[in-house]
Design a protein around this ligand. Sequence first.
Ligand code: TYC
Length: 114
Amino acid sequence: MIEPLQMMSDDNKDDSEDETGVATKTRPKTQRPPMYKVMLLNDDYTPMEFVVHILERFFGMNHAQAFEIMLTVHKKGLAVVGVFSFEVAETKVAQVMDFARRHQHPLQCTMEKD
Ligand code: TYC
């Protein structure tokens, strides 16, 4: 009995043998969304404990982690505090900027593509 000829595009190869008899497998291309770094910037006026509080409240850090990152910003000028999708990063930046403004601290928070 003669089997029907099957045409397969590259995107639709199955797990069987190719025309050379070599078993091949292809996976469909997946797309990952671009990610964004959220950064805190140092300044001379925002109290250290306020920055620690921000890191605990908006970035889910424990006190020790928050204190460590705060000190990194204080010493180096800035630090990445998290990497998020665009929408989440935008929300974090807005929450931090609003909280700092309401407490009259000049703390700056920014985001950039990873
Ligand atoms: N430099 C500030 C101080 O000495 C502390 C500080 C840390 C401010 C981190 C901002 O993102 C910051 N009080």
